[in-house]
Design a protein around this ligand. Structure first.
Ligand SMILES: [Zn+2]
Ligand SMILES: [Zn+2]
Length: 155
């Protein structure tokens, strides 16, 4: 976790930005939660540590983290997750998210063939896509194997 945060700080520094203490803490909370975290849940956790945190504090930090590709927003859940490629991207990147409707985990994919297929398809209509975030809802591997074993008749 500390290594991850240090790496994030380095990435920011390389791009002439600074991972201030508050930004670092917000990123830390998102990494810690190991699942999507909403802005208000973040604010609650931050307030527990420092009473003076406000929604503006949280949104400013989130904007920064989004801009530098350190977190992603999952629109469908209105929540944030840490980018799995923490620090390797200079800025936000095209990604696909697999959202489990049973356990709520979100897995991140970065499949360039999907991004290219969208660009091609959009291009055929004359549309120039700027950003494409795909959110796929379904059942993760862990939950689907639980389901299958539950469906098996008991002997
Ligand atoms: Zn990412
Ligand atoms: Zn699941």
């Amino acid at each position: 976790m500390k290594a991850q945060l240090d790496q994030a700080a380095e990435t920011c520094a390389r791009h002439g930005a600074r991972l201030t203490e508050i930004r670092r803490r917000v990123l830390g909370l998102i990494i810690e939660s190991q699942g999507p975290l909403g802005a208000y849940a973040l604010l609650d956790r931050l307030k527990a540590e420092r009473g003076n945190a406000t929604p503006v504090t949280v949104y400013r930090a989130l904007d920064f983290l989004l801009e530098h590709g350190l977190v992603h927003k999952i629109e469908r859940l209105n929540a944030f997750i840490a980018c799995t490629d923490q620090g390797t991207h200079a800025h936000s990147h095209a990604a696909q998210f697999l959202i489990c409707r049973l356990c709520g985990t979100v897995a991140e994919l970065e499949d360039h063939s999907i991004t290219e297929a969208i660009s091609r398809a959009a291009g055929r209509t004359g549309f120039q896509p700027a950003r494409a975030t795909i959110e796929v809802e379904g059942v993760c591997q862990a939950c689907s194997s639980l389901q299958t074993s539950a469906e098996r008749p008991a002997i």
